[in-house]
Design a protein around this ligand. Sequence first.
Ligand code: NDP
Ligand SMILES: O=C(O)C1=N[C@H](C(=O)O)C[C@H](O)C1
Length: 266
Amino acid sequence: MIKIAVCGAAGRMGQRIIVAAVEAGCTISGALERPGHPQVGQDAGLIAGVGSLGVAISDDLNKVVEGCDVLIDFTTPKVSLKNLEICGLKKKAIVIGSTGFTPEERALAAELAKDIPAVLAPNMSVGVNVCFKVLKDVAKTLGDDFDVEIVELHHNKKKDSPSGTAVRMGEVVAEALGRDYNQVANYHREGICGERTKEEIGMQTVRGGDIIGEHTVYFIGQGERIEISHRAMTRDMFSRGSVRAAKWIVGKAPGLYDMQDVLGLK
Ligand SMILES: NC(=O)C1=CN([C@@H]2O[C@H](COP(=O)(O)OP(=O)(O)OC[C@H]3O[C@@H](n4cnc5c(N)ncnc54)[C@H](OP(=O)(O)O)[C@@H]3O)[C@@H](O)[C@H]2O)C=CC1
Ligand SMILES: O=C(O)C1=N[C@H](C(=O)O)C[C@H](O)C1
């Protein structure tokens, strides 16, 4: 069985990833938090609610990476890029679920993954990845006659906006329509901002309470509208997806993969 280390082990996702890995029969070889985190030194299994695993949460990145086959990392882009660098030096696989990467940071991630197998995906659920596939077909079929707007809702602790999933949805639709997402994404409408352009893709964000994650892509035409929605009811399909990706990526050729590769949806 593969040895998994979890970075961000005391976080919302980190705890659920430990549960999913244990349920999948994997060994938790290490758990990481930043130096000074109040839960460093505590048992990762007790924090996650699966009973003692005999694995203390550590702040020693090098040591934890050395002891694992694959690192699963749900933290922030800056932390994930550092983890990619260390996994590269130690020739270990990595699965990254962090979101909020700038285009430059994504390019750097691809560069750092040249020598090791890595999965980087903004959403590890099967449902969302099937939506990505469906969205491509719908956008291509409808063409330019329908206005595209994307709305996402998340909990009030989320740090990045729009969500990585909403951005990927925008990219998929833009590419299918022959547009450049970074040119056509419209994140802000206020005051007398003028009529909507045909090309733009509106990106709207709602934050509140404990919403786990909801995404809707609207294709709005004359007298009709298509809505493609995904609603997450728990975090467990993200964590199960990350463990599935971890099992899949160990032993693969170096390079940057996404969840579409893991799920065979390409
Ligand atoms: N791809 C997917 O399927 C999904 C992706 N996500 C993404 O995952 C990320 C994490 O989300 P979530 O779990 O809710 O966030 P949390 O803030 O609950 O968890 C992140 C954890 O990482 C810790 N951390 C920060 N810096 C370091 C460091 N240098 N080394 C080790 N650990 C560190 C944080 O500690 P501290 O609190 O001290 O900062 C925290 O415990 C986000 O980017 C989110 O968007 C979320 C769900 C699904
Ligand atoms: O921060 C979250 O919680 C989530 N983030 C991911 C994103 O930004 O797309 C995925 C999921 O919606 C939950």
